[in-house]
Design a protein around this ligand. Structure first.
Ligand code: ADP
Ligand code: ADP
Ligand code: ZN
Length: 218
């Protein structure tokens, strides 16, 4: 099963990816997490991408494609994968198509998590992530059990620098301009499945799960 989660910043991609990955036994792959890790470690890649993440602009396609190709060459993706936050531009989607075609593979489905922009701002400003494992929380809708401490690994919860309001507005504009065209792209490819991301986390998951099962049975 090879899946893509598509949707604006704050739609719930990371939240749903963790659950889908666990239930279907496929690795969730988040380019955003990979970039944040590289920045934390100050690797060559991390130094190159830092300015894009802090301004909310997209990392140039060649840098993104490099890390994705490397990740998809890992053996744990042989049985499938779930991409979260990639592709984000039409050239990235075309490159992915080419990469899969070379291996005689294709995508199973693209799940669009649709959410109104007004809701997104509230979601992103309340988002907290675990500094250690990347698990996602929210100050209102998904609180941790012990304040400031990750339920899963006891790491420290922090606010992402790009979740402050000024950067959030830019990220939403970047999504509308550069990533939203992928909705049409995958619709034309017959792969698109849309779910209502404004519902509670568990309801969104159920809708996604049902959609995936329908498609796999087809
Ligand atoms: P969110 O989950 O809020 O949409 P991500 O964690 O996916 O954010 O991405 C954070 C940042 O990492 C983006 O604003 C962008 O700078 C960079 N990034 C992540 N994935 C990509 C990608 N596929 N192409 C270009 N830039 C990316
Ligand atoms: P994305 O990866 O698409 O940027 P996240 O999964 O990080 O989105 O979710 C953004 C924020 O919204 C997080 O704080 C998360 O806990 C919260 N959230 C995710 N899904 C929902 C939902 N269905 N209802 C309410 N809050 C949600
Ligand atoms: Zn953690």
């Amino acid at each position: 099963m090879r899946l893509i989660l598509l949707g604006p910043p704050g739609a719930g991609k990371g939240t749903q990816a963790a659950r889908i990955g666990a239930e279907f036994g496929i690795p969730p792959i988040s380019t955003g997490d990979m970039f944040r890790e590289a920045i934390k470690l100050q690797t060559e890649l991390g130094k190159k991408v830092e300015k894009y993440l802090s301004s909310g602009e997209l990392v140039p396609d060649d840098l993104v494609l490099g890390i994705v190709a490397e990740r998809l060459a890992q053996p744990d993706t042989a049985g499938g994968f779930l991409l979260d936050g990639f592709p984000r531009t039409v050239p990235q989607a075309q490159a992915l198509d080419g990469y899969l075609a070379e291996k005689g593979q294709s995508l199973t489905a693209v799940i669009e998590i649709a959410v109104d922009p007004e809701i997104l701002v509230a979601r992103l400003s309340g988002r907290r992530i675990c500094q250690n494992c990347g698990a996602v929380y929210h100050v209102v809708t998904k609180k941790e059990q012990e304040t400031g401490v990750c339920d899963l690994c006891r790491g420290q919860l922090i606010q992402r620098e790009d979740d402050y309001e000024a950067t959030v507005r830019n990220r939403l504009a970047v999504y509308a301009r550069q990533t939203a065209p992928l909705i049409q792209y995958y619709h034309e490819a017959g792969l698109l499945m849309r779910v209502d991301g404004a519902k509670p986390i568990a309801d969104v998951y159920r809708e996604i799960e049902r959609g995936i099962r329908n498609r796999v049975e087809q």
